[in-house]
Design a protein around this ligand. Structure first.
Ligand SMILES: *Cc1c(COP(=O)(O)O)cnc(C)c1O
Length: 235
């Protein structure tokens, strides 16, 4: 990267953090309670390294192969990796070597498979349930109506640590619609909290991307997954 690009990256990170802080303050929340997950799927390992050096230590990848590749290349850095895209069962074992949290648990079959593989190393894997809040058929995830049964089943999967829900708002830029979707996800989380105990501790809401993360924070997001706007002028 050129020195100008390095400066641009620093500026972009500062801008996103400032927007996050402002949205938190506007809704009476503490910015420490909202984690910025910088989504690196658009950029290579070198740019990702620079992003970390610019102050982003929680990174998200949507493709398992890119998680493995960057996880290996950036081993010398302090990074917490989040897998945010669809995970096929044959990619679980290797992904568990790198991921702190899997946001994209979208079927019971997948949860059972993660549980079995995590058990081999006596690990308890941090997971979120991906919920299809937009109702768009192309999106992965559980329907809101399925969640309670899923949570009850996960209570018996002792190598899963279930921490919350993840959702993606409808694309298209209708922020009022996104606000409704995020608020539905928060209400679902609150209802499901009656099941907390053991390996279930529902408290995280992973929602909000570049176009709608401020709205998500106002509706209770504890993790925002921000990609493209971090790379303005760099892609
Ligand atoms: C790409 C991606 C993001 C980030 O989206 P941007 O609009 O680039 O901020 C967030 N979540 C998921 C699941 C993604 O795949």
């Amino acid at each position: 990267m050129t020195p100008a690009e390095v400066d641009q990256m620093k500026e972009n990170v500062a801008k996103v953090k400032e927007r996050l802080n402002r949205a938190a303050a506007a809704s009476g929340r503490r910015s420490e309670d909202i984690r910025l997950i910088a989504v690196t799927k658009y950029v290579d390992s070198q740019v990702t390294r620079n992003l970390v050096e610019s102050g982003c230590h929680c990174l998200g990848e949507s493709r398992p192969q890119l998680l493995w590749e960057k996880g290996e290349k950036l081993q010398d850095l302090e990074v917490e990796w989040h897998l945010i895209g669809h995970l096929q069962r044959n990619k679980i074992r290797r992904s568990l070597l790198f991921a702190d949290t899997i946001h994209s648990c979208d079927s019971l079959k997948l949860l059972h498979a993660i549980n079995a593989i995590a058990a081999e190393t006596q690990r308890r894997m941090n997971c979120l349930l991906q919920v299809n809040i937009s109702g768009e058929s192309a999106k992965q995830g559980f329907a809101l109506s399925e969640l309670e049964a899923v949570v009850v089943e996960v209570q018996s999967l002792s190598n899963i640590q279930l921490n919350g829900l993840m959702g993606m708002g409808s694309l298209g830029g209708d922020l009022d619609l996104n606000r409704k979707e995020f608020s539905q996800l928060r209400e679902s989380l609150e209802k499901l909290q009656s099941h907390n105990g053991g390996n279930v501790n529902l408290r995280e809401l992973s929602m909000g991307m570049s176009s709608d993360f401020e709205v998500a924070i106002e509706e209770g997001a504890t993790m925002v997954r921000v990609g493209s706007t971090l790379f303005d002028g760099l892609m």
